[in-house]
Design a protein around this ligand. Sequence first.
Ligand code: ADP
Ligand code: MG
Length: 460
Amino acid sequence: MQDTALKSAAQSITADVIIRAEKIEKFYAQPNMHRIQVIAPTDLSIAPGEIVALLGPSGSGKSTMLRMLSGLSRPSAGCVYWHEKPIGEVEINVSIVFQTFALFPWLTVLENVEAPLKARGVPSAQRHERSMRMLDTVGLDGFEAAYPKELSGGMRQRVGFARALVVEPEVLFMDEPFSSLDVLTAENLRSELLELWAKKTMPTRSVFLVTHNIEEAVLLADRIIVLGRNPGHIRTDFRVQLPQPRDRKTDAFTQLVDYIYKVLTRPEVPPEGVPEQQAGTRAPERREMRYQMLPHARPGGMAGLLELLLDKGGRDDIYRLADDLAFEIDDLLPIVDAAQLLGFLKIEEGDAAITESGAEFANSEILRQKELFREAAQKNVLLLRQIRRALDSKSDHTVPEEFFLDLLDEQFSSEESQRQMETAITWGRYAELFDFDAGRRRFVMPDALEEEIEGGGEAE
Ligand code: ADP
Ligand code: MG
């Protein structure tokens, strides 16, 4: 116990990376002197405490990458380090689980699990004890005397896991370990693996999982790396922050699946903007924030987007919308966000779906649009509501910008506060919630309303 505490303290001081690949490449020489580049120069590290999933289309080099990282094959160039020592020069402690477990058919389940310990020279009694314990862990107690052919696919897979885990690998590599199983068996084994991992029943400190199944990656991984092909290269590498156990039906889950799907299917689009993952489980500091971050979009842009969306039956893929508008996705997203903030559209599985109020907005004349925008803004945007409330309650119906900038500054950087203010002014003017006197830097009542009030109209 003390030993492990010491060990982990030492590890946090020294390297907190177990495997580090530096500019590794793989190419194959051809008889005609050309070479086939399978992996472009790539940097990649595996840290303790994480399940890393490597996703990619078939032929993108996932297995090749796994083989290089696990020491099974040498990179053509670059170097893989195991605790900062070149991998060919030190003993490494890894196991690999393959899609089809090459179990020895002439050995019993127990003998299959013992085999790698035997190869490592572990004495017989210890071998037996450790293997029995591991078979128990993976739910195969009672099957130790069976032969592989007597077992179902799922049970054979369990033997494979037991055989990989019995050597107590520091890193467990898996190459599509669930893909030859039926859906239910795969699902069971996945959750059992997660349970072992979470309970720290296995000594393994990192798991590196190759898969082409997006949902599997989002279910299991703490970090997802997506490979592109020709030659293999990393397209995106990000953390999955959804709490375990994960629920496929949550918005955050489906949004992440959709994001990865897009990265995989659109190799020409630079992958950006990993979706927010804390839907419903926001970090406390976020909850304390008073002001939403206003996306810097113009009302006219929102109107254009909503009209197009309505034209397309009220729902469309965001990327397709960007294409149709000849927008970069980065330029479209703030508009989508803004429309979402105002309740004019919803994001569902990567689609933008217009809401009832969004449809009404898109169908209306300009004056009615302003009215709808005003209602939506007052309902949904705290800053706009506050500015208007202040104007209503002050007898001279004017408030300095400074007052709100100070409040914004508590939450945003001063440049961002400025940008937030500019956006709020644009929206508020459009909605005729207020006007802004740029000379005096003061909010004032819009003209029409001012007259009304002066003429004895109601305030508040
Ligand atoms: P993945 O696991 O992502 O499906 P692989 O790592 O198995 O991809 O293969 C990546 C690419 O490397 C494939 O296009 C494959 O044809 C090529 N490849 C693998 N081995 C060799 C080899 N010995 N000679 C030439 N090309 C190879
Ligand atoms: Mg493969």
